[in-house]
Design a protein around this ligand. Structure first.
Ligand code: GDP
Ligand code: IMO
Ligand code: MG
Length: 443
């Protein structure tokens, strides 16, 4: 049995919270793409954990796996593991030998290219973690993989080739000075040591074999998507995207578990009850047109704590974008959805969603495939009856019927338009502040 958790919007939908909730019924939690650009929050009994690389199942003592589709910065990984250990957890994390390694030169190049792009007004607003350059090297067949860290000779050969290329890029193309990030000896020493530490702690696995074996023994898997559908490199608003596939298909390619296995399981789309975006790119339903909209956005941002987990940047705020959710549901084949942050919209004087777009005088219900056309869309807004502020802890305890009627209507609408039932509703950040209707592991 597998359950795949996918972000259905622009990231930060509260995936961590649901992985935490349902991860209790999984044996293994697998990240299949992305790296330390992710920031997943888990809150248990008031205790908050912000995880960027360690799968969110760690908080519940599950085995965590970073699949071959991930890009892994060992510095971040060990810092995060050390931090969790200091807080009394003992995470069991395995890393695929086929996963690619983020090296210091990737971060440097991420920063350089963003600066250059900014001069031309085309920057992406990346997290600066070196994600793009690492996936570029993977596709360019000059990447360094976790398995290479275990063999000092192979590591040296690969570094010698890659570093020369980065040095030319930095110096000859960008006219800057290369620094420590291009010191082969220092990189070799540091990263071979990471290799030793990974091996010593029995953290490296052949991911496909490992997961196959554990499934044979009866273990159930949860796939933890990072980022969201609209920043998927294939299905998102290119070029304002990350460099991997957060959508469900990648759960198979990014882990070595067959698509027939993933497809027989559940795929749950995580939906924020409004929209947030950190980074550049269009956002037709953004609340930024008038003073009134801006103050509404400020209110939601403050109440929802909408500041980037990784970079601290304030997130842009908008209404739910229905063409976006229809697209997300189709791309990943949602069997259910979880709607978070219902509490944040409570007590507002208005609640709206972008039901469709108007483009060239026509009304359309799906997203144009080019970013320029998407940016030209005006939202066709639909208004909902607002719901009052209530004691959400009490609602979580009493269950679905305690949710205000107007909010139930809103949930019914989302579910109907997406074509998938609501499995859970987030009414606060804590694990206990979730109204669960269906546990996907029970289906
Ligand atoms: P992720 O990247 O998808 O895991 O989401 P983040 O952790 O980056 O951002 C979601 C934020 O909203 C975190 O601070 C969560 O603790 C919080 N959160 C999650 N679900 C809810 C909810 O239902 N209500 C409220 N108020 N906060 C939530
Ligand atoms: P989680 O898993 C929200 C955004 C960045 C930028 C674009 C590319 O917490 O939902 P990158 O560093 O990946 O090359 O940046 O993608 N981005 C995210 N936005 N949540 C995330 O992760 C994100 N990871 C990357 O802001 O716009
Ligand atoms: Mg996040």
């Amino acid at each position: 049995m597998t359950v795949t958790i996918v972000g259905s919007q622009l990231g930060d939908e509260g995936k961590g919270a649901l992985v935490d909730l349902w991860g209790g019924d999984a044996d293994i939690v697998v990240r299949y793409q992305g790296g330390d650009n992710a920031g997943h929050t888990v809150v248990e009994g008031g205790e908050e954990y912000k995880l960027s690389l360690v799968p969110s199942g760690a908080v519940r003592d599950k085995v965590g796996v970073l699949g071959n589709g991930c890009v892994v910065n060992p510095r971040t990984l060990f810092d995060e593991l050390d931090g969790l250990q200091e807080r009394g957890l003992d995470p069991d994390v395995r890393v695929a030998k086929r996963a690619h390694v983020i090296l210091p030169y990737h971060r440097r190049l991420d920063g350089i290219e963003e600066e250059v792009k900014a001069d031309s007004g085309v920057k992406v607003g990346t997290t600066g973690r070196g994600i793009g350059p690492t996936y570029e090297d993977k596709a360019g067949r000059r990447g360094i993989r976790i398995g290479d860290l275990l063999d000092p000779e192979v590591l040296r050969d690969r570094l010698e080739y890659a570093v020369e290329q980065k040095r030319s890029l930095i110096e000859d193309v960008y006219g800057l000075e290369a620094g420590d990030e291009c010191d082969v000896d220092a990189l070799h020493e540091e990263f071979a040591e990471f290799g030793r530490r990974l091996e010593e702690n029995e953290m490296v696995v052949n991911c496909s074999d490992f997961l196959h074996q554990r499934r044979q023994e009866g273990d159930s898997l949860m796939f933890e998507g990072a980022q969201g559908t609209l920043i998927d490199i294939d299905h998102g608003n290119y070029p304002y995207v990350t460099s991997s596939n957060p959508t469900a298909g990648a759960a198979a390619t990014g882990s070595g578990v067959g698509p027939t296995v993933v497809g027989q399981g559940e795929v749950v789309g995580i939906v924020k009850a409004y929209l947030s975006r950190v980074g550049e790119g269009p956002m037709p339903t953004e609340l930024d047109g008038t003073d009134h909209e801006e103050s509404l956005a400020d209110f939601i941002r403050e109440k929802g704590g909408e500041f980037g987990t990784v970079t601290g940047r304030p997130r842009r705020i908008g209404w739910v974008d229905m063409p976006m959710l229809r697209h997300a549901s189709r791309v990943s084949g949602f069997t259910g959805i979880a709607v978070n942050h219902l509490d944040v919209l409570a007590g507002l004087e208005e609640v709206k969603v972008g039901h469709a777009y108007e483009l060239d005088g026509e009304e359309i219900e799906t997203m144009p495939a080019t970013t320029e056309r998407w940016a030209a869309c005006d939202p066709v807004l639909k208004e909902f009856e607002p719901w009052p502020e209530v004691d959400w802890a009490e609602v979580a305890e009493e269950g679905y019927d305690a949710i205000p009627d107007a909010a139930q209507d809103y949930l019914d609408y989302l579910s109907e338009e997406v074509g998938a039932p609501v499995y859970a509703i987030g009414v606060g950040p804590d694990r206990a502040e979730t109204v669960e209707l269906t546990n996907p592991f029970d289906r």
